[in-house]
Design a protein around this ligand. Structure first.
Ligand code: SD4
Length: 327
């Protein structure tokens, strides 16, 4: 058993994993660890894809989606949250405080208010500026609503300026096109020393998406799946592609059938490839982990990273597999 273990999507998971590892080591709940990782990004304006600072939809409204999972029987999700940044917490409230597994729209904010979570304006000035620029000149970001974009990880050292949608502390706003490419979802997987697993996923979805659009992240079996005794998986990138192949559920089923985490990740990406014929503008990344703590990270193309926290410390890692290297 290689636990305790924490895994996160993209370099911006580093800060949260650093905060979550010691408590997990000390016997903490793996879902608490995942919540710490996601909420660290939700509260960081420089992460332009999760919580506060997330890019809005085409109408200028930020809507958040999140999910949490301990097992097929214990999971929860929330879609289209508008007034609370604690998206992962709200998904957990759905799991722990309601008899349901998913809430959508205004009732997610009502649930948050009923449990005393603070309301907040989710549209950060930096994200508003980005939306205004996109409205003025959609071509400048090479994207339109409902079309694709490609996130690209600049590495942990780049997590500040490169993920920033507004002025950095140095006043350098960076290349705007770079910023669009760094739009990602935070996904976290945790394994406690006794092997107990949990996962969570939080996003503001695709930038400038059609209002009402929901991607893979808050849908169990699409962006996140955890099955005790078998494994866990979390995905990021072009949500529609992950949804079309039930990406994380497929990975778990493959591992149940004897595939290693790396083989499972490869087959899921091959299915995405065969189903959607993605172009160079599309990225999908996936992290898979079996019940013994063996894990893998894979992506369609270059530019994806994962973060691993274990007995060797916390570090950003390159994918074990890139289906189309050099693209
Ligand atoms: C979504 N999968 O809403 C999310 C977005 C994402 O890197 O992960 N972007 O489709």
């Amino acid at each position: 058993m290689k636990a305790p273990l924490l895994l996160g999507t993209w370099s911006f998971a580093l800060k949260g994993i650093e905060r979550a590892l010691d408590p997990l080591r000390a016997g903490g709940d793996p879902l608490d660890a995942c919540e710490t990782i996601c909420s660290t990004a939700e509260r960081d304006e420089t992460v332009d894809s999760v919580g506060y600072g997330g890019f809005p939809d085409a109408s200028g409204a930020v809507t958040l989606d999140a999910s949490v999972m301990r097992s097929p029987a214990r999971n929860g999700s929330a879609c289209c949250i508008r007034h609370h940044l604690d998206a992962t917490r709200i998904a957990r409230l759905v799991m722990e405080e309601t008899p349901h597994m998913m809430l959508v729209g205004h009732p997610t904010d009502a649930l948050a208010m009923a449990h005393g979570l603070p309301e907040s304006d989710l549209l950060a000035p930096s994200a508003r500026r980005a939306w205004l620029q996109w409205q003025r000149d959609p071509g400048s970001v090479k994207q339109a609503p409902d079309t694709s974009f490609r996130p690209h990880d600049g590495g942990p050292e780049a997590a500040g300026p490169l993920f920033t949608g507004g002025p950095s502390s140095t006043g350098d706003e960076g290349d705007p096109e770079d910023r669009w490419r760094h739009h990602d979802t935070i996904g976290a997987l945790a394994m406690a020393p006794d092997g107990e697993m949990a996962g969570a996923c939080s996003t503001s979805g695709l930038p400038f998406k059609r209002p009402g659009r929901v991607g893979d992240s808050p849908i169990i079996g699409h962006g996140l799946y955890v099955e005790p005794g078998v494994g866990m998986a979390v995905a990021t990138g072009e949500g529609e592609f992950i949804m079309g192949v039930c990406g994380t559920f497929a990975a778990i089923e493959l591992m149940r059938g004897g595939a290693t985490p790396l083989e499972a990740a490869r087959v899921v990406l091959e299915r995405v490839d065969a189903t959607f014929a993605p172009t160079k503008d599309h990225q999908v990344g996936i992290i898979t982990c079996s019940a013994d703590g063996t894990h893998a990270c894979a992506a369609l193309r270059d530019g994806f990273r994962a973060v691993v926290g274990d007995s060797d410390g916390v570090r950003a890692v390159e994918p074990d597999l890139i289906l189309h290297p050099g693209t």
